[in-house]
Design a protein around this ligand. Structure first.
Ligand SMILES: Nc1ncnc2c1ncn2[C@@H]1O[C@H](COP(=O)(O)OP(=O)(O)O)[C@@H](O)[C@H]1O
Ligand SMILES: CC(C)(COP(=O)(O)O)[C@@H](O)C(=O)NCCC(=O)O
Length: 322
């Protein structure tokens, strides 16, 4: 600690990250071939996310190259342990955690990375799971007074998420995960996804880097991030996130909210100023509080931080060096 203080007093750079501008990061693509078409990108992009082919070239291809090195190195390390122990070679899935605020664009990034990695020459099996499936059902949230805390740590079935990750890491076949519907705003009873021994799993969600639950009864509870081989945090300023959330809400009024099954169907009927007021309220009461209390504090735990500018474009990349 004394040494750390001395370094800080001496003005030494002790940031654990290397920081790259967009252009510097883009250079690190090197020979990584473009394997996405514009049609692929249009299919992968979420509502209100203007991600472009240039963004894929400059940001996601270098990241795909970096991940290909990490996956190979991690598999090599795992094989070394198995060789040392005289064990039969067994596959160990590489797990990537993807965190960030509501409306930052995690889903689009996750789907682009999944597709790019699945198209590596080794054709790995890549799966994507979102943590919303592990939210407690609305009936439970209502009974516990947590409807306005959806997305907060206490709104998830953490033991179920940890059991899921531990089964995946152990290489178990056909591991099941529950499914959430944004349309009905609830977990879908009886619906599940089956994850069958992937080479790579992306786990995407607001709180995947969170650590705040302290051991109960002296028993240590693992963090979700203990299962990660690599983690990414998508970062943006609060004013931009708020604007994107409200813009998306307005666009959802013209699309998903028109579906009579939509939990928010009533918001398709109100005037636009009224809808903006409702979206601002949801942002301020729920998502902003969650961002400042539970999500943003986890940013320094990520291996890589993608920072977006107000146009939704990544303008800076920070890669952990320590
Ligand atoms: N009320 C809603 N109805 C339908 N789709 C929604 C709704 N809210 C969010 N979505 C969609 O759900 C996905 C996840 O959204 P979110 O949790 O805000 O994360 P992110 O924007 O970081 O991907 C996005 O693809 C978004 O378009
Ligand atoms: C479903 C979510 C909690 C995101 O869950 P995640 O997949 O990140 O675990 C979020 O998109 C959400 O709906 N938040 C509640 C407040 C709101 O309606 O905006």
């Amino acid at each position: 600690m004394d040494q750390l203080n001395a370094m800080m007093a001496g003005g030494m750079d002790i940031s654990p990250y290397l920081t790259y501008s967009k252009a510097q990061w883009a250079d690190l693509r090197q020979g990584m071939p473009m394997t996405l078409t514009l049609a692929d990108l249009e299919r992968l992009r979420s509502l209100n996310d203007p991600v472009s082919m240039t963004e894929v070239e400059m940001i996601y291809l270098p990241l795909s190259r970096l991940l290909s090195f990490y996956v190979e190195a991690t598999q090599g390390l795992h094989q070394a342990t198995q060789k040392f122990l005289g064990m039969r070679a067994q596959k160990m899935p590489f797990i990537i955690g993807l965190a960030g605020s509501v409306a930052v664009g995690k889903s689009t990034t996750a789907r682009i990375l999944k597709t790019l990695m699945a198209r590596w020459p080794s054709s790995p099996k890549v799966d994507l799971v979102t943590t919303d499936g592990f939210l407690l059902p609305n009936a439970v949230l209502q009974a516990e007074g947590l409807m306005e805390r959806k997305g907060f740590p206490e709104s998830y079935d953490l033991p179920a998420l940890l059991a899921f990750l531990s089964a995946i890491k152990a290489g178990q076949p056909a591991v099941r995960a529950p499914v959430y519907s944004h349309l009905v705003y609830d977990v879908v009873p009886g619906e599940e996804v089956v994850i069958d021994q992937p080479d790579i799993l992306i786990l995407e969600g607001l709180n995947v880097l969170q650590t705040s639950r302290l051991p109960k009864d002296g028993k240590a509870i693992p963090f979700v991030s203990d299962f990660f081989d690599f983690s990414i945090y998508i970062d943006a300023g609060e004013a931009d996130l708020r604007a994107w959330y409200i813009q998306r809400f307005k666009r959802l009024r013209e699309t998903a909210f028109r579906d009579p099954r939509s939990f928010f169907a009533r918001y398709a009927q109100v005037s636009e100023p009224e809808a903006v007021k409702i979206a601002t309220g949801l942002w301020e009461r729920i998502n902003l509080v969650n961002l400042s209390e539970n999500i943003l504090p986890t940013r320094p735990r990520a291996d890589l931080i993608l920072r977006k500018d107000s146009g939704h474009q990544v303008d800076q990349v920070m890669l952990r060096k320590l």
